[in-house]
Design a protein around this ligand. Structure first.
Ligand SMILES: Nc1ncnc2c1ncn2[C@@H]1O[C@H](COP(=O)(O)OP(=O)(O)O)[C@@H](O)[C@H]1O
Ligand SMILES: [Mg+2]
Length: 407
């Protein structure tokens, strides 16, 4: 029997390439890659590489459909946000399991997402401000503090808290600069919404034939109060009480149903405000950066990428559960703008009890810029222990051991 063949859509900037290549290898799956010019992949993939432009979903989908005439494709996996619409269109044409294009498109636009989710779950009160909007009026109506964000970006880029009218004006200017520098329409509307206080969680899940399965819920134990929202600590299992955990899962499933997603990975972020769980964001992908490495499943410690591939090939993964130990990851945000000289103390951080890996992704000489301008991270620290408190303690000790030298 021929091995199944899976096409992955990979932006060249993806953190996830190596992990998906390894998962495909382990599963004995033939891998095709659609990308916009990842050089190392181009060299090794030969005719299994499909060049696409990720800014043009329809043409990218046409390219993939054309490639399927030459080589069988059994499933298409969009690894990051950018490929979800092309994957939906191409899969639909090829008769493969897929999300409705309108559903995934909604996850790529923060305004459409808010409108599609509607009243299905709690969301912050919001307004979408066009280029000529009266921001002082909008600010007064919604009430401060507010969060302003561009519609089309991700990784907290351009997401800014404003406590008053003046700060909102500055935030809007900054967002316009960021959007323009990113090549998007400078007149792109800006989403303005009430700031939701409370602790933040993220939830990852997989959808199989429209049905939600929770893979992991991460607490984010560092306060994220703005004005910019760097990600730092993620710890699972959640330490919220069982009724809150159930509500987090219920909110994810209800939001997914409201948006209309039918298959594949989902990552959502929520805040726990008193007894309410408020949806901040929902994306049709797994957790970002290298954070997926904090997750292993079942008795054989299966990585999340293998689950994604197996689910895409039609296997019913609904019985899978995360391993029993607690786990976590600390993302290392860029502390200030400049040239990275060195990250010291890596060996010492690795030797901290319960630390399983320290993966530094930035290189000496890299030009780095913090949020709200740039959403890249310097690296990732991983821990595993019997309970979440020990995981959090290990991550804090290890990150304090690191010294970041930026000129
Ligand atoms: N309405 C809000 N209230 C409080 N914090 C928010 C709000 N919106 C965003 N944030 C913070 O900003 C982060 C990034 O916002 P999000 O909408 O998820 O954008 P992105 O797609 O860039 O990740 C969130 O994880 C959260 O910490
Ligand atoms: Mg987010």
């Amino acid at each position: 029997m021929q091995p199944p063949s899976v096409l992955f859509i990979l932006p060249s900037s993806s953190y996830r390439i190596a992990d998906f290549v390894e998962a495909a290898d382990t599963l004995g799956v033939e891998m095709l890659v659609a990308t916009e010019g990842h050089q190392t992949l181009a060299a090794t993939m030969g005719d299994r590489l499909v060049p696409i432009d990720l800014c043009d979903d329809q043409t990218a989908a046409d390219r993939i459909v054309a490639a399927a005439k030459l080589r069988r494709i059994d499933a298409i996996v969009p690894v990051d946000d950018q490929g979800v619409v092309a994957a939906a269109i191409a899969s639909s044409k090829l008769g493969l399991t897929h999300n409705p294009a309108a559903a995934v498109a909604a996850t790529r636009n923060k305004s459409t997402l808010r409108h599609k989710v509607g009243a299905a779950v709690r969301q912050p009160a919001f307004n979408v401000a066009g280029p000529r909007a009266d921001f002082s009026e909008l600010g007064r109506t919604l009430g401060y503090p507010l969060v302003a964000k561009p519609l089309s970006m991700s990784a907290s880029v351009g997401v800014i808290r404003a406590n008053d009218e003046e700060a909102l004006g500055r935030a809007v200017d900054t967002i316009r600069n960021i959007v323009t520098a990113g090549g998007a329409d400078p007149n792109e509307p800006i989403l303005i919404e009430q700031y939701v206080p409370g602790s933040e969680v993220s939830i990852d899940g997989l959808i199989h034939e429209g049905e939600w399965t929770t893979l992991a819920i991460f607490d984010k134990p560092d306060p994220m109060e703005g004005p910019h929202f760097e990600e730092t600590l993620f710890v699972t299992p959640s330490r919220h009480p069982p009724e809150v955990v159930s509500e987090i899962e219920a909110v994810a499933a209800a939001a997914v149903a409201a948006v209309g997603l039918r298959t594949g990975a989902v990552h959502a972020e929520m805040r726990i405000k008193g007894s309410d769980v408020v949806l901040l964001e929902l994306a049709a992908r797994t957790i970002g950066g290298l954070c997926g490495r904090a997750l292993r499943f079942g008795l054989t410690s299966t990585p999340i990428e293998q689950l994604i591939i197996r689910n895409a090939l039609g296997e019913d993964i609904r019985n899978i559960r995360r391993e029993s130990s607690a786990s976590g990851v600390a993302m290392l945000p860029v502390p200030r703008q400049g040239t990275l000289l060195e990250i010291g103390g890596v060996e010492a951080a690795r030797s901290v009890a319960n630390i399983t890996a320290v993966d530094i992704t930035a290189r000496p000489g890299d030009a780095v810029r913090p949020l709200p301008y740039d959403g890249t991270y310097l690296g990732f620290v991983f821990a595993k222990a019997a309970g979440p408190d020990e995981v959090e303690a290990a991550l804090r000790t290890a990150t304090q051991t690191l010294s970041i030298d930026i000129e």
